[in-house]
Design a protein around this ligand. Sequence first.
Ligand code: WTA
Length: 645
Amino acid sequence: MCKRVQFKQHMSTYHLKSLEEYFVNYRKSISKPEVFWGEIAEEHFLWRKPWTSVCEWDFDKPEIKWFQGAQLNITENCIDRHLLTRGEQTAIIFEPNDPQESAVHITYNQLHEKVCKLANVLKDQGVKKGDRVCIYMPMIPELAYAVLACARIGAIHSVVFAGFSSTALATRINDCSCSIVVTSDGSYRGQKTLDLKAIVDEALQQCPSIKSVLVAKRTENPVHMETGRDHWLAPLMEKAVSDCKPEIMDAEDPLFILYTSGSTGKPKGMLHSCGGYMVYTAYTFKNVFQYKNGDVYWCTADIGWITGHSYIVYGPLANGATTLMFEGVPSYPDYDRFWEVVAKHGVNQFYTAPTAIRALAKESLEHTKKHDLSSLKVLGTVGEPINEEAWHWYNDNIGDKNCPIVDTWWQTETGGILISPIPFLTPTKPTYATLPLPGIRPVLMDETGSPIENNSAQGRLCIAQPWPSIARSIWGDHQRYKDTYFSAFPGYYFTGDGALRDEVGYYRITGRVDDVIIVSGHNLGTAPIEDAINEHPAVAESAIVGFPHDVKGNALYGYVILKETGADRNTENLKKEINQIITEHIGPIAKLDKIQFTPGLPKTRSGKIMRRILRKIAHNELDNLGDTSTLLNPDIVEHLIENRL
Ligand code: WTA
């Protein structure tokens, strides 16, 4: 696989084929980022107008601009330019929740038609360039069409994961004042049928900016259709014209907003722009998965998360790939579903989350053995650190020790993968994301905020210079963007993660160093969960920490102080009610695994909760609690320990 190719020394290579080539390109990307990205962008994409400068940036402001002056439309790059050469090739394979239902193969020609039609429907609804469109849908083809239709007409999509509650949906719609929601009557998830439209209806009671709702039919369950506001999507698409001229966008025009949890307050609407995002996701898709023409690639994420945006939709389609969209869950109808789908479609690259691997590793190996997995060439993971055991299970049982595992580290904010092995090129090492991709300059910071130069070190992970797909702002709150990412270490982008660098320079991400907890690969901020719990009439105060969980990676442990009125309540019922409130405010993903009622929380003299102590108790690490004598209420620590769960 590591065939040495002749490459032109003066040109940047789009498709890296040897480790040597990686190093040459890496060095060039760091010393001459403008030349490096300029060459890649020029050679491999369709621009309507060239740029006047490749990159201008200032991390102090912060302001980052790539390919300024250039014009393009990302859907021309993801669809139109493939029509002449691969119009009849499958662009998207849709694999439904129920294996009895046939999979659907959507060719590039068909994708073009669907996206154009939906783009025209959006236009008919009055959607214009720059308007925000909320997409709240299950993993059905219409979701991909909707995302691309927005991009076609220059509307900014804001996809909200369809597992979020109506309150969470309303917050996101209102934050960027969307004018329209695209949704479906319902969704299938394993054995469950969820009524998505009812959730939208409830959310919209608090969303004055919404003028219309487009509803795709999926489950056929009866739904309320508000006259004048709600429209079935299919008949409108049927009537719509099947061609739609792409809106010509400036490279720095916004492409989408995607919300991610912060340590405090409301979710952050990360704003991504057109040109740089396209170049970086396409380039990283090609290299990190070593995708070759004719391969079938499958990422099991939901398009509601950044992984789905970048590596189900934009990255693969920009490369003319065949990308699989899966509606279901790994456990339905049985725990072999992933492997059945791999065998059925001859999947070559498979990309999933450590949580899914750990859940499947607990089941019988018969599930993997039943299916022919020999088509697989590359395996990927994303979203949280992968533990050694899960890594080996994946390597042995799914890859048959024959498929490199790419442990890809990145974030909603980064738009694309930043640290990852390149399969067949970079020797892998379990639990290590290994080396930075071209264009990425990781820096570890020590306790004093100075960069650590040597290897065999651990620190806070920052990135020293911009790459094309870095988020440009937080929607409506540029100050928060600056405060969150560019203030802790002036002159650097701060990731919020800790990492270690081994003796050869490989990186291993050790986890969040802020109050974000990653549960089953989902980022959850502690503050919004605590706010939800505190809404319960019997609750006075609460604090959430994470603790290790063998499948989810982390689970949530809540310490809750009850008001006097709540003290004689049945605690089991209270626990259920607390989780119910969390489900209503955020969604079931944020439910607590353990709830400990306590008369107090350890606080500093200035009234700050000492989360470090709560974390240690939840982790059952009681030997080294540190100095508790300075606490306002040192006695509470003993009480918490005695009653820990
Ligand atoms: C974590 C997901 C360890 C990390 C693409 C990051 C990882 C957060 C890895 C972003 C990995 C992601 N190893 N940790 N390979 N990939 N993370 O925004 O803490 O949903 O900051 O983006 O996930 O999560 P997000």
